[in-house]
Design a binder for this molecule. Structure first.
Ligand SMILES: C=C(OP(=O)(O)O)C(=O)O
Ligand SMILES: [Mg+2]
Length: 559
C-alpha cells in the first residue's frame, strides 16, 4: 500500500525507482597499542593517507567543477590541516595505530566544530566523510560512497557527502532522497547542479528497505513509498515528456505575452561554461570567482597572478559574445573561507569579515582581480559587469565603486543585495553603482537570522517566505524607480514557480545553475506578466512559505 513521506523538494522533476542506500559505514578501528619502534612507520602511513585523500578530493573537485569544486576543496583543506596531522602524530607517538589516531583526532576536531556553533557544525558531515575516507584507506577497505549498481536507482542517504554527489553518474541516479539537509545544504545545491530530482529532510528515509520502490517529486517534496502501478506509469510518462520538452527549448526567457526575462547561468569556473551554453543560457548572471583562489596543491592557496586570473576570465568571457557576463569579486569568509584571507578565529564568521568587507581590508587583492578582469575583456564583444558581495550600505557600495574606478575597470559596476539593510536602502546603493543582483541565499540567512549551513533551520531558509519576497519586491521597485536592472542570482531563481513570482515582483533577470534553465524557461512561457504579478501579490499576502506557494500556484494554474 502507498504511503507518503514529506520533505523539502530541492531539485525539480519526478523519478521512480528502487532504493539503493549510500554506503556510509562508520569504520571504527580497534584501539590497540603499538610498540614504540613502529611509531615512525605509522606516522608515515598516516601522513601518506591524509595527503592521498586530500589529493583525491582536489582531483574530484577539478573533475566536477563549479560549486562542487569549492565544497570538495574545502574538504581537501580539512585533510591537509596541519593541526589535524599534528594531533594524529601525537596520538601515534603514545601508542595508537595510524587508523585509530586518525579516528580519534577527527573526533576531537568534530567536537571543536560542534562547540564552535551552528556554522561550523554544518561542516561536521563533511569532516566525517573525510575521516571515513582516510580510515578506509589506512585499513585497505573500499571507500564509503555511492552503491555499486548497473541498474538505475533512487539514491537514499542520511546526508550526502559532496565528494560523492559531485561525481554521481546521472544515467544511473534517477533521484535523491536524504533524511537530513535543508534547501541550501550542499546536497541540495549539488543535486540541482546535476539536474537530478531531489527531496531532502525526509524523516525516516534512512530506514527505508533496500529495493523499495519510491516515487520522488522534487517540486512538491513528496516521496511516495510503494507507489501503485498506475501512479508509477503516470510518473514515468511525465518524466519522459518533461525531459524531451525541456531538451528542445532554447529560446530566450519570456512570459507567454512576450515580456523578456533573460535567463542567465550561475557558474563557478571555465569548466562550467559548456553546460551553460548547452542549456541556452543568455549569459552569465553570477561567476563565483572563489574557484580561482583555491588551494595551489601545496596546501597554501592564494590569489593567482593578474595574468593567471585574466586567462581564466577570458575563457569565460569569450564564450558569450554580445551577452552579459556578471562577475562577482571574491566572496571570502563564512561559508566560503579562503585560508589566505579569512581569519580562523572569528566567533561568528557569517556576521564577520566576509565579501566586500574582506576585500576592502585587502585592497591589493581586489585591485589585482579588477585589473585581471579589464585585461580579460579587452577586445571582446562581451558586456562585462562586476559586482561586490555582501554590500551592507551606501558606504560599502561607494568604496567598491571607487576601487573599480581606481583600477580603471571598464565594466558596469554593481552590488549584490544580500543583507536586509541593502534591500531596505536599495535606492541609496544605486547612487553609487549601476545595477543590483539579489543573492537570496544570504538574504534569507540574514533576514531570518538563520544560518544557511544549519539543516535544522530549513523552515527559515525557504525563499518562498513572504518576508523574503517583500525584501526582493522592495529592491526591484527601487531599481525600477532608478531605471536600473535588478536580477536574482540566489537559488530562488532556480525554482520554476518562484521564478514566475520573482518576475511578477519586478526582477529583470534570473540566474541559476545551468541544469535549472530549461524548467524555468518552460514555466515562464506558460504565464503572462499580469499573471506573474497577480501570483506575486498573492504570495506576498500569505503568512507562510507553504501558503505563499499554494497561493501562487493557484493563480498561475488558473484555479
Ligand atoms: C548567490 C548568492 O551567493 P552565494 O550562494 O555564493 O553566497 C546568494 O547568497 O544568494
Ligand atoms: Mg551570497
Amino acid at each position: 500500500m502507498e504511503t507518503t513521506l514529506r520533505g523539502v523538494g530541492v531539485s525539480h522533476g519526478v523519478a521512480v525507482g528502487e532504493v539503493r542506500h549510500m554506503g556510509t559505514a562508520v569504520l571504527e578501528p580497534p584501539a590497540r597499542q603499538i610498540p614504540g619502534a613502529d611509531a615512525e612507520r605509522e606516522q608515515r602511513r598516516a601522513r601518506q593517507a591524509l595527503n592521498a585523500v586530500a589529493a583525491d578530493l582536489t582531483a574530484r573537485g577539478i573533475l566536477a567543477g563549479g560549486d562542487a569544486q569549492a565544497v570538495l576543496e574545502a574538504q581537501a583543506l580539512m585533510a591537509r590541516d596541519p593541526e589535524l596531522l599534528a594531533d594524529v602524530e601525537r596520538r601515534i607517538a603514545v601508542g595508537s595505530t595510524a587508523e585509530r589516531a586518525v579516528y580519534d583526532a577527527c573526533a576531537a576536531y568534530r567536537d571543536l566544530l560542534l562547540g564552535a556553533g551552528e556554522y561550523l557544525a554544518g561542516r561536521v558531515a563533511d569532516l566525517e566523510d573525510v575521516r571515513n575516507r582516510i580510515v578506509a584507506r589506512l585499513l585497505g577497505v573500499p571507500m564509503p560512497g555511492v552503491p555499486d549498481s548497473d541498474e538505475p536507482y533512487v539514491l537514499v542517504a542520511r546526508d550526502l557527502a559532496p565528494a560523492d554527489t559531485a561525481l554521481l553518474d546521472t544515467t544511473l541516479v534517477l533521484g535523491i532522497v536524504t533524511e537530513e539537509g535543508g534547501p541550501t545544504s550542499h546536497s541540495a545545491i549539488l543535486a540541482r547542479a546535476l539536474g537530478v530530482p531531489a527531496v531532502v529532510g525526509v524523516p525516516g528515509a534512512a530506514e527505508l528497505a533496500e529495493g523499495t520502490v519510491l516515487a520522488v517529486d522534487g517540486s512538491t517534496g513528496e516521496v511516495v513509498v510503494d507507489p501503485s502501478e498506475e501512479r508509477q506509469d503516470g510518473l514515468r510518462a511525465l518524466a519522459e515528456r518533461l525531459k524531451t520538452e525541456l531538451a528542445a527549448a532554447k529560446e530566450p526567457g519570456r512570459t507567454s505575452d512576450g515580456h523578456l526575462v533573460p535567463l542567465l547561468a550561475n557558474i563557478g569556473s571555465p569548466a562550467d561554461v559548456a553546460a551553460a551554453v548547452e542549456a541556452g543560457a543568455e549569459g552569465v548572471g553570477l561567476l563565483r570567482t572563489e574557484f580561482f583562489c583555491l588551494d595551489d596543491g601545496e596546501g597554501k592557496g592564494g590569489v593567482p597572478s593578474e595574468s593567471g586570473q585574466a586567462e581564466a576570465y577570458r575563457e569565460v568571457l569569450s564564450a558569450f559574445p554580445g551577452q552579459r557576463v556578471v562577475v562577482r569579486v571574491l566572496d571570502a569568509g563564512a561559508d566560503k573561507p579562503l585560508g589566505f584571507l579569512t581569519a580562523g578565529d572569528e566567533p561568528n564568521p557569517a556576521l564577520g569579515m566576509r565579501g566586500v568587507r574582506t576585500l576592502l581590508r585587502h585592497p591589493e587583492v581586489l585591485r589585482t582581480q579588477l585589473l585581471a578582469l579589464t585585461r580579460a575583456a579587452e577586445g571582446l564583444p562581451v558586456h562585462l559587469e562586476v559586482m561586490a558581495p555582501m554590500v551592507a550600505d551606501r558606504a560599502d557600495a561607494r568604496a567598491f565603486a571607487e576601487a573599480c574606478r581606481a583600477a580603471g575597470l571598464r565594466a558596469s559596476v554593481g552590488a549584490m543585495v544580500e543583507t536586509p539593510s541593502a534591500a531596505l536602502r536599495a535606492r541609496s546603493l544605486l547612487r553609487e553603482v549601476e545595477f543590483l543582483s539579489v543573492g537570496t541565499n544570504d538574504l534569507a540567512q540574514y533576514a531570518f537570522a538563520a544560518d544557511r549551513q544549519a539543516a535544522t533551520l530549513s523552515r527559515l531558509q525557504d525563499p518562498w517566505h513572504p518576508a523574503l519576497l517583500d525584501l526582493v519586491a522592495m529592491t526591484a521597485e527601487a531599481a525600477r524607480g532608478e531605471g536600473r536592472s535588478c536580477g536574482v542570482c540566489g537559488e530562488a531563481a532556480a525554482d520554476p514557480l518562484l521564478a514566475c513570482v520573482l518576475t511578477g515582483l519586478g526582477v529583470t533577470s534570473l540566474s541559476m545553475a545551468p541544469a535549472a534553465l530549461s524548467r524555468v524557461r518552460a514555466a515562464l512561457a506558460t504565464c503572462t506578466l499580469a499573471q506573474c504579478r497577480r501570483a506575486a501579490a498573492a504570495a506576498r499576502s500569505a503568512d507562510s512559505p507553504e501558503e505563499a506557494r499554494l497561493a501562487a500556484r493557484a493563480v498561475l494554474s488558473g484555479e
